[in-house]
Design a protein around this ligand. Structure first.
Ligand SMILES: [Zn+2]
Length: 217
């Protein structure tokens, strides 16, 4: 995203209830994540994908701003046969991206709910050039599993991955450049080690406490 677009869109996502970054004011509560850890930021992808028009607008901007990374050197043009995300969070984004690229779509899924691997069960991708997308990159673990699932079925996965929000401090994962709409590291801490807790800020689950997180302090 360009520098002019970045603050505008960070604010738009905040208005949608999707993105919250702590401003450092200790009177303001901070995010307690599902894992129980604390963070200075929070992203809820569902608040974006429930608005198809906005999601399409965002995906259009991502493509427009990153053409150089998506053009294949050997052919000097964009050739993406399919866009694949992981179930459930990235299915909708993959669908919208595929629609814009006039490509096919698909998704990987956790076959046994053990969070060990992601499998491509419903689509044939052998020999296809595939772009992997993710709603949010936290550790990159789900994306790595999705790519492994795609390669197992013979896909040629592009050397970039596209995400709405990169909340890790990584710029790439396994040599694949991370293209993010919002690129903002949001560290996670055990409550006992959380600098915001130490300053007296209260940890709150963002869902249900959005107004408290966004009030004037
Ligand atoms: Zn904390």
């Amino acid at each position: 995203m360009t520098q002019e677009q970045s603050p505008f869109w960070a604010n738009e996502l905040k208005k949608m209830g999707a993105l919250r970054i702590h401003d450092g004011n200790p009177r303001r509560p901070h995010a307690k994540l599902t894992s129980g850890k604390c963070s200075n930021g929070f992203f809820n992808g569902s608040k974006v994908i429930e608005n198809p028009g906005r999601l399409k607008e965002i995906c259009t901007l991502i493509l427009a701003n990153n053409l150089n990374d998506l053009v294949q050197k050997e052919s000097n043009r964009i050739r993406i046969d399919r866009v694949v995300g992981s179930a459930f969070g990235a299915i909708t984004m993959a669908h919208v991206m595929a629609s814009l690229l006039k490509a096919k779509t698909g998704f990987t899924e956790d076959p046994d709910q053990k969070k060990e691997r992601m499998e491509l069960k419903r689509f044939s991708v052998a020999g296809e050039k595939v772009l992997a997308v993710e709603d949010v990159v936290t550790t990159g673990d789900t994306t790595r599993k999705t790519i492994a699932g795609l390669e197992k079925k013979g896909a040629k996965v592009l050397p970039v991955i596209v995400t709405l929000v990169n909340r890790s401090d990584m710029t790439d994962t396994d040599g694949r450049k991370i293209i993010a709409f919002i690129d903002h590291p949001m560290p996670e801490w055990e409550p006992s080690e959380c600098p915001l807790c130490k300053q007296g800020s209260k940890p709150l689950r963002p869902k249900g406490n959005w107004d408290a997180l966004n009030a004037d302090y």
